[in-house]
Design a protein around this ligand. Structure first.
Ligand code: AMP
Ligand code: ZN
Length: 102
């Protein structure tokens, strides 16, 4: 499958990771919209929240984002899932935007 986030997760495309565990990776968004803009990405290919069936995975993504925000000393931040084209989703591989910083 020609999926850029799968390629990053498989290490086919090298990327400096902010976090990696058994099920998730996180890295800087290539076009940051805020001073800190990090994507928390599942290693497994799930197209979007619409296809997500495992509630634990969603919880783990939020907890990973929270951990990174703490490490970056972010006081407040936004967590965002874009869902589907109409929801602004451009990459059809589940990811959570962590956006914050001054
Ligand atoms: P979305 O619109 O929610 O699908 O967000 C996709 C995000 O992925 C956008 O903010 C892009 O800037 C970002 N992005 C696309 N390609 C890459 C890449 N190779 N490395 C890091 N971020 C990327
Ligand atoms: Zn994928």
């Amino acid at each position: 499958m020609d999926c850029i986030f799968c390629k990053i997760a498989n290490k086919e495309i090298p990327k400096e990771l902010v976090l990696e565990n058994e099920e998730l990776i996180a890295f800087d968004d290539i076009h940051p919209k805020t001073p800190v803009h990090i994507l928390v990405v599942t290693k497994a290919h799930v197209a979007s929240v619409k296809e997500l069936e495992n509630p634990e995975l969603a919880g783990d993504m939020v907890m990973a984002a929270k951990k990174i925000a703490g490490e970056k000393n972010l006081d407040g931040y936004k967590l965002l899932f874009n869902v589907g084209r109409e929801g602004g989703q451009e990459i059809d591989h589940l990811h959570l935007h962590l956006m914050g910083g001054k």
